[in-house]
Write a protein that binds this ligand. Sequence first.
Ligand code: NAD
Length: 486
Amino acid sequence: MLNFIQGEWRPSTTTDFLPIRNPATGDTIGQTPISTLAELEQAVDAADAAFPAWRRVPVTDRVQFLFRLKTKLEDGLDDLARIITLECGKTLAESRGELRRAIENVEVACGAPILTQGYNSEDIASGIDEVMIRQPLGVCAIIAPFNFPAMIPFWFLPYAIAAGNTIVIKPSERVPMTMQKVFEMLAELELPPGVVNLINGGHDVVNAILDHPTIRAVSFVGSSAVARHVYARAAASGKRVQCQGGAKNPVIILPDADIASAAEIVAESAFGCAGQRCLAAAMAVTVGDAGAPFAEAIQAKAASRVTGDGLEAGVQMGPVISPESQARIEQLLERAIADGARPIVDGRRPAMPDRLRGNFIRPTVLSGLPIESEITRTEIFGPVLSLHEVDDISAAIALVNDGAYGNQASLFTTSGASARRFRYEAEVGNVGINVGVAAPMAFFPFSGARGSFFGDLHGQGRDAFEFFTQEKVVVERWPRAWSRTF
Ligand code: NAD
């Protein structure tokens, strides 16, 4: 993998590389350079040098690059989807879905001419006007996780540059190939050199970004422990920061829900992308009589899900990202069982064809995991769903609000009153009503709350434009302008 700095591809001078492995086969398919801090310095210098001219490019001209990028992403969609599946393991359909979300963000960012407008008031006092204008910040950094190698950088990238900023992106060292391909497309747009820069690397590069005096803003997505660290350290050096963290998402099934369709939707949420989605259902909480029929239906859905190489037709679930991740999930399952859980569908160490020496766990459903178990508060980030039973919706909502995270909660019901109460009381950023993955469209903020989000403005839509601009207020008076005789 190469870095992209100052409009050109540059090999890293590092001697430290991480192998990139196909999660399905275990084959090594490339290596990630752990770039040096001097190379980060070059990327930041390039972005800083490009900023004064880029901010002066009219916004109507800046978005022309995004229109062209959309065409390139559409034309290259199948190639990119294949790369995502190769390095990340999800199915081709899931990779295509992720790319559609990325493209949608480019489309929304093309609204920059309106979405970066300020507002004004005439005659706040006689002959005095007040104007709020939005100006770009300067150099902005984006730090991404492994699970959506294309989509997540696009929650930020198109908005940042449309608003007149320049950027440095550090993709996850585990899945650098997708951004490499995206940057090939960006390179063909002939953006002024330095407007977009790509630096491959690890934790040291992240920490150097957080401390860098030139970088004005940091957008981070990843686990909560790292999100907290990034939020605190970047804020300590005076930056604007938005940090999306981890999740442990509950879904509640009321007795009046359509149980068959709820089970189908929850199975897709829990096991899609092998459970490695920040909006994946992790706990199904049934109320009253919903317990037994839901358990039976979800068990069938979990047991029948076709698991294999995401490149193959008919496969519904791929592997998890790495052998370390597989081992971590298996250990968490052992701890859950030690705490009293029973795997009613047990996906550990499945038999796979010889060719597939990767990191496979089939869908797993746990019943009887005590609510007090530490595992109910721990993000597993694998294809595991635990079942819990409560007596009424009040107890279910209390359980949602007691959780350590606050990314998403869903309710399955046919009652409008219950749905409204849930929407009102659930302390999470994203709410689903009869929806298992309540992923906000690009023209809404990708929300998150409590232990899942640190900051105030989110990625996507209006929030992104607010994040990537500085509000400046001008109060102006022109001598003689208030005289009606002038
Ligand atoms: P991660 O936290 O391990 O890594 C994210 C980024 O931080 C990577 O670029 C990595 O290089 C860097 N990093 C990791 N540890 C670091 C450290 N100690 N110091 C400095 N930098 C460090 O996350 P991941 O495993 O790549 O992604 C999965 C996590 O992301 C899950 O917790 C998932 O819930 C979360 N996620 C959240 C959202 C959301 O919108 N809330 C979306 C996607 C993923």
